[in-house]
Design a protein around this ligand. Sequence first.
Ligand code: FAD
Ligand code: NAD
Length: 477
Amino acid sequence: MAKTYDVVVIGGGPAGYVAAIRCAQLGLETACVEKWINFKGDPALGGTCLNVGCIPSKVLLESSEQYHHVKEDIGNHGIRIAGVTLDLDQMMARKEDIVLQLTHGIDALFKANGVEWLRGHGKLLAGREVEVTAQDGAVDVVSADNIIIATGSRPIEMGAAPVDNAEGVIVDSTGALDFRQVPETLGVIGAGVIGLELGSVWNRLGAKVLMLEAVEDFLSLVDNQVARDALRQFKKQGLDIQLGTRVIATQKTEEGVRVRYKNKEGEHEVTVEKLLVSVGRRPNTDNIAAPEADLLFDEGGYIHVDDHCATNLPGVYAVGDVVRGPMLAHKGSEEGVMVAEIIAGQPGHLNYDAIPWVIYTNPEIAWVGRTEQSLKAAGIPYKTGSFPFSANGRAKAMDVTAGMVKLLAHAETDALLGCHIIGPFASELIQEAVLAMEFHASSEDLARTIHAHPTLYEAMHEAALSIHGRALHKINL
Ligand code: FAD
Ligand code: NAD
């Protein structure tokens, strides 16, 4: 007879493993089916995020930033360091070590919480059963009162540039996190989040980076004013970002890859040593449900869910990248918590209007809520206030004065509608605005909150004051 659980989770990434831990905390007998095999050939938890996504990319962003800072910028502080060299092997070894520590950590958390890890490929069958196929082909079937599908996403492929990470010439993000030498030239197809983050890593380490982006509108999800500033900053750093560009064909040569592309001016050809394809990700839905299970998918190929992540099947939920909404680890994790609490009979809830986004470039870009262009398009009356880091004492001390904080509030109610930051530690600063929006704060609430001096947070305070024309450290226009 099939072993029965209260909950079976399919997928052990940040959406699935968090759902499983929360279910176990709530007293539910829980198993998680996960099939990932890591770079050492061992089964691993943590999904894309911990193994080949958020964590290794942020480790390399941090290491490359420190290298670049010591090499190029630290002289401004009156510190002279000669003979700075790059040890890429050590940088990569450190990245791998952190990935292993964190993925082993999830394993330990599973054990501590009593979550059973079923190693293998999970497939939803009819009648709330899950087939688990182990790596050696052995098949087992388990059943559960509730099933949570969290199978994540994978890179979108391009016919014109077929990826082969093992060969390491045309790669996706996984391959670009693992170059063993700094390429002299790196082509990047797609100037989105991954292209910009990984393009920045290799640019800082010495590669000449050419980015070919299909649309004319740079970072279209970002507030236009911030996107314009970001484009200027990135070009200044040497990222060659070509907008409105279509790659027609690629051909591997002895030197690397010959890339043929088209833009307004006509057709062009360039040879790069390595080519990163980063044109978005798509949901992992292949072979995750038997046809007789009748799981419903939407037009984009995502599993169809309602606001509480319930699918069309009673007792079956789906969370994370495999469902609609931004492909962000924290969004998936919070959906996992929500579903676990709903299964346990609690009122689970997620505020999709207050999900922070971060692009970990330098300067960092972070935002929450509405952009100015979306408020204009929707005809919502708004007020705006901003403050530049160039007038912030702490930013000056840190020698990181590029960028600003921009706040948007409703013109009549003063409710905070959005916050957009480009600048130092934007990833951390944004959390003040997220919290404010969660508590339905007004911009006046932020303006009346005491902010420690001298801190970067004072730029948030001044932006809120500036909405009301009473910023203290800039001229109010
Ligand atoms: P995943 O993390 O993809 O996990 C899904 C898991 O399910 C995988 O382990 C997979 O092996 C398993 N699985 C799939 N099918 C089956 C099956 N049938 N049976 C068993 N197991 C299965 N997001 C951020 O918020 N911040 C960042 O800084 C960030 N940086 C990123 C950098 C890169 C380079 C990339 C690629 C992504 C980044 N992301 C970031 C996005 C983030 O990684 C994803 O949003 C997040 O991992 C989604 O979590 P998930 O659990 O839904 O899916
Ligand atoms: P993306 O959607 O951010 O960017 C893809 C870019 O490729 C877009 O600008 C798009 O216009 C462009 N594009 C699409 N087709 C193209 C083509 N044929 N030629 C040239 N350009 C083309 O996707 P991504 O950068 O691959 O990242 C995938 C997802 O992973 C992100 O949307 C994000 O949700 C997640 N992610 C998040 C973080 C973070 O939170 N810091 C970091 C990395 C990835």
